[in-house]
Design a protein around this ligand. Structure first.
Ligand SMILES: Cc1cc2nc3c(=O)[nH]c(=O)nc-3n(C[C@H](O)[C@H](O)[C@H](O)COP(=O)(O)OP(=O)(O)OC[C@H]3O[C@@H](n4cnc5c(N)ncnc54)[C@H](O)[C@@H]3O)c2cc1C
Length: 424
């Protein structure tokens, strides 16, 4: 079980809530990505309430309830309150750091391990859960060193422990929202009103799933419609027909994981084959799994239900014909959009989609951008602002894989050393 500020184990947390509760889903997702062992207890009537909690009336409870191993209960808590109770929320220790890293996915975690092990005073800032996208993966099978595969959350937790061992400071549930570069420093406004100052920074803020943008999406969000691979939800999908939208590795992995629990899994793929977007090992597995079906040239065009998702409309891209199918579980795993809003009012150059441009890609006719202030050209992972680096999925042209994100995180630290050497 994870604890961003130490590596001591904890005992099981209990989560009580009603089926199809978006708040309960968010807590399950956070706990599962943070490798906190928990027991989900579904309450559907007053009798459940009485037997589980010794409280008589379900409608009078502020759900969900999180019960910690010491018996303390939080009623309808925010993620922040849960993290606080677990001892994971702390204040920055220093006024200024050598290096601030934004994003604790594979790129940020790898940068944290190398920076801390090499003695840089480093802070790692993460707005959600440790592990980033990788933390939502049920089984990563192609990362070197794990022949049987490893869950993304476990991999991230190992990296976190390693970084903590080397003295990294982790600030969880903090988000950098705006940056300013001045006096060889980066000044970042945090969402909670705090400021973070560092001599160099690595942006490892990755990407997040694009939205379907369907009319009733908000109504069904986390009430049957989920963004991501749903690792925390699979055990609750027994006897269900689960639909997964997407044809990439994240969708393929999700389909494989759900197939172990659900009655049937259908992948809805926009293209006409899997080979263009899915790794060969996953294509072989999916093809060999009886309860996974792939519908090509298809997209979701409507969502239906009362308080929760009950039915979806699927449209065939080629024939424009539609069909309506019953399902209570729809998982969306379609491509990403980079998290770079924080760079909006700076000299950092982004491409049209928002990816950060680095290194030689910044040169026009062999020259750095006009705002570039140094005699040398930008280093390979350096953005258009000296001392500000990008690593992993957020960087234009990066290979969207765990191994490449880890490699770039480590590499970025080497450039940080070079940069800090110049500005001594
Ligand atoms: C379900 C799934 C399965 C996958 N399986 C595989 C696989 O088997 N093999 C493989 O090689 N790759 C896989 N991938 C891809 C791989 O996970 C990504 O390429 C990798 O996670 C990218 O790492 P990253 O650190 O660049 O970014 P991310 O993992 O996206 O992490 C970015 C982090 O930054 C945080 N953040 C964003 N904005 C801010 C901010 N302003 N302030 C603070 N924090 C912020 C986010 O919350 C997030 O935690 C999978 C992806 C998914 C979604």
């Amino acid at each position: 079980m994870a604890n961003p500020s130490s590596s001591s184990p904890q005992r099981t947390v209990k989560l009580y809530g009603q089926p199809n509760s978006p708040a309960a889903y968010e807590i399950r997702d956070f706990l599962s990505r943070s490798v906190v062992e928990f027991l989900w207890v579904e309450l559907t009537c007053d009798e459940d309430c009485q037997s589980q909690l010794g409280l008589p009336v379900l409608s009078e409870l502020r759900l969900p309830i999180v019960e910690f191993p010491d018996g303390h209960q939080l009623f309808s808590p925010t993620i922040q309150e849960i993290a606080q109770r677990l001892g994971w929320v702390s204040q920055p220790k220093f006024k200024e750091y050598d290096l601030s890293i934004y994003g604790a996915g594979p790129a940020g975690l790898s940068a944290a391990v190398y920076a801390a092990s090499e003695g840089l005073r480093t802070v790692l800032v993460e707005r959600q859960a440790i592990g980033g996208q990788a933390g939502t993966s049920s089984l990563i099978e192609n990362y070197m060193g794990f022949p049987e595969g490893i869950s993304g959350a476990d991999l991230a937790e190992r990296a976190r422990q390693q970084a903590v061992k080397f003295g990294i400071e982790v600030l969880l549930l903090r988000e950098g929202v705006k940056a300013r570069f001045d006096n060889n420093r980066i000044y970042v406004d945090m969402a909670d009103g705090n400021k973070m100052i560092a001599r160099a920074n690595i942006c490892a803020t990755g990407v997040e799933y694009r939205r379907l943008n369907l009319p009733d999406e908000g109504k069904f969000l986390n009430r049957g419609l989920f963004y991501g691979a749903g690792a925390s939800e699979a055990p609750m999908c027994e006897d269900e027909h689960v639909y997964v939208v997407g044809g990439g590795n994240s969708a393929g992995q999700a389909a494989m994981y759900f197939s172990q629990y659900a009655k049937q899994v259908t992948m809805l793929v926009r293209g006409s084959n899997l080979a263009a977007s899915l790794s060969d090992y996953l294509i072989k597995k999916i093809t060999a799994t009886d309860n996974i079906k792939v519908l090509f040239n298809s997209k979701v065009t409507d969502l239906m239900g009362e308080s929760a998702l009950k039915q979806i409309e699927i449209t065939d891209n080629k024939t424009d014909t539609t069909q309506q199918v019953k399902t209570q579980k729809l998982f969306i795993c379609i491509g990403g959009l980079p998290n770079t809003d924080w760079a909006k009012d700076t000299h950092i150059i982004r491409d049209k989609s928002g990816y950060l441009i680095t290194g030689s890609e910044l040169l026009k006719k062999g020259r750095p951008p006009a705002t570039w202030t140094l005699d040398r050209e930008p280093f390979y992972l350096e953005t258009s602002v000296p001392g500000s680096f990008a690593a992993g999925d957020v960087r234009r042209g990066s290979v969207k894989r765990v191994a490449s994100a880890v490699g770039e995180g480590a590499m970025a630290v080497t450039f940080v050393h070079k940069y800090l050497g110049e500005t001594q």
